[in-house]
Ligand binder design. Structure first.
Ligand SMILES: NC(=O)c1ccc[n+]([C@@H]2O[C@H](COP(=O)([O-])OP(=O)(O)OC[C@H]3O[C@@H](n4cnc5c(N)ncnc54)[C@H](OP(=O)(O)O)[C@@H]3O)[C@@H](O)[C@H]2O)c1
Length: 257
């Protein structure tokens, strides 16, 4: 039996991706920390669709987490045809005021775990007829964002890494896509403590279901990079074509801590 592995599947975008993929009768391997939420989701999906769902409660900011997943897959002789690197959150505030430990945890989750998991799962993906890697970036990737300095920088890493990997694997069976959403109405803003922008983010935000549908369309269309929505595309155009200092001033005002 072959599975789709989704990190950060207990809530928000990851959970919506799980629902969308279950509808497509895909077997799922769901990873996040919240065991109860994963259990409830697995039960719901299995009761509604003819699929198998494996759950693994794991802190993906732990150094050995990717190896733990790879060992779990190898020991049970599972097949994996799609890897979705989605787990993430933002640490908001000035770099020097935020806890270094917390910022390093976020960086490990967004960068090192994505790198390690991708590296360790590529041999499994290569065994499949067609395989996919979907990485969730952010529109924050396209400019420096004061008060979200490391979040934005880590998402720039994801976009750049995904593009290079897409190119390197272009003649293989593995297609790599990076989807960079703007605001999506999930727990993300609350988790980051960004109450000041919660209302605006919600106003411009799309539902996690719509984002999941668009992300999967992009992935199955073998797109390299995809920014969903006209206003987000416009924002990325502005961020990449206007003077950087101006762009940073505008985003700094928006994300003021
Ligand atoms: N929402 C937005 O506006 C937005 C915009 C652009 C990009 N994104 C990106 O979209 C992705 C998903 O975010 P979301 O909006 O769905 O946020 P969310 O609703 O807060 O969900 C985040 C998911 O990541 C998991 N997660 C967080 N830390 C983890 C850890 N240490 N180990 C394992 N899992 C962990 C959470 O599970 P547990 O808490 O159970 O561990 C949860 O399932 C993130 O990469 C985020 O950067 C979101």
């Amino acid at each position: 039996m072959s599975y789709i592995l989704i990190t950060g599947a207990s809530k928000g975008i990851g959970k919506a991706l799980a629902h969308e993929l279950a509808q497509k009768k895909q077997n799922l391997f769901l990873v996040a920390r919240s065991e109860n939420e994963l259990k409830a989701l697995a039960e719901e999906l299995k009761s509604r669709h003819p699929i198998d769902v494996i759950i693994l409660s794991l802190d993906l900011s732990a150094a050995d987490s990717a190896q733990h997943i790879a060992d779990y897959i190898a020991e049970r002789k599972l097949s994996i045809h799609t890897l979705i690197n989605n787990a993430g959150y933002a640490v908001w505030g000035n770099f020097e005021s935020n806890s270094l430990e917390e910022q390093n945890r976020m960086l490990w989750l967004h960068i090192q775990t994505v790198v390690n998991l991708t590296y360790l799962l590529l041999p499994f993906l290569k065994k499949e007829k067609q395989a996919y890697i979907l990485n969730i970036g952010s529109t924050a990737a396209y400019q420096a964002v004061p008060t979200l300095a490391l979040y934005a920088a880590s998402k720039s890493f994801i976009v750049s890494f995904s593009r290079a990997l897409h190119f390197e694997l272009r003649h293989s069976n593995v297609s790599v896509t990076c989807v960079s959403p703007g605001p999506v109405n999930t727990n993300f803003v609350n988790r980051a403590g960004m109450q000041a922008i919660a209302e605006t983010a919600e106003k411009f935000g799309i539902s996690p279901t719509l984002l999941a549908q668009k992300a999967l369309q992009a992935m199955y269309a073998h797109k390299t990079e995809y920014v969903p929505g006209f206003s987000n595309k416009l924002g990325v155009f502005f961020a990449t074509h206007f003077p950087k200092k101006l762009v940073e001033k505008v985003v700094a005002t928006f994300y003021k801590h």
